[in-house]
Design a protein around this ligand. Structure first.
Ligand SMILES: *[C@@H]1O[C@H](CO)[C@@H](O)[C@H](O)[C@H]1NC(C)=O
Length: 136
């Protein structure tokens, strides 16, 4: 009876060890969002995940906001942001969505916020892709 119990405890510990190693192998990723609106326009940015609230940021023209994170064990990591500037009072973007981005942004996602919309860097091709269009 006691031996069986010990054995179960060991299995649980091994499971946690494996989870820990998998997170290490997955590596740290980086997201950065840069204000390229021009004409000295500020933007405000508020990014969150299920676990983290990165706070409301005021980002001046030419400046950027970035953070590091690890993909979770279940591969469901999602960081989303509310973004606002001049004529756009609130706009939702997904800054990192594992399902969409684990290949696209291998080591992380970079975004450029411009007056015509938002570009994302495709890490596979090295090309900036137009990803979000401002609402009319
Ligand atoms: C941008 O933000 C800074 C810092 O809060 C502020 O001093 C400046 O007036 C803002 N610029 C514009 C154009 O709103």
């Amino acid at each position: 009876m006691e031996a069986q119990y010990l054995c179960k405890v060991n299995h649980v510990m091994i499971l946690f060890l494996v989870i820990g190693l998998c997170s290490l192998v997955a590596g740290t990723k980086h997201v950065s969002i840069k204000n390229r609106l021009g004409s000295g326009k500020n933007m405000s940015l508020h990014c969150k995940s299920g676990d983290d609230d990165l706070g409301k940021q005021n980002i001046a023209d030419g400046e950027e906001f970035g953070w590091n994170f690890n993909v979770n064990f279940l591969r469901t990591t999602l960081f989303f942001c509310d973004l606002a500037w001049g004529k756009v009072p609130q706009y939702y973007i997904e800054a990192y969505n594992y399902a969409r981005d684990h290949v696209r942004c291998d080591t992380g996602c970079s975004w450029l916020v411009a007056s015509e919309g938002i570009y994302g860097l495709n890490g596979q091709t090295g090309l900036w892709e137009f990803m979000y269009n401002w609402p009319n």
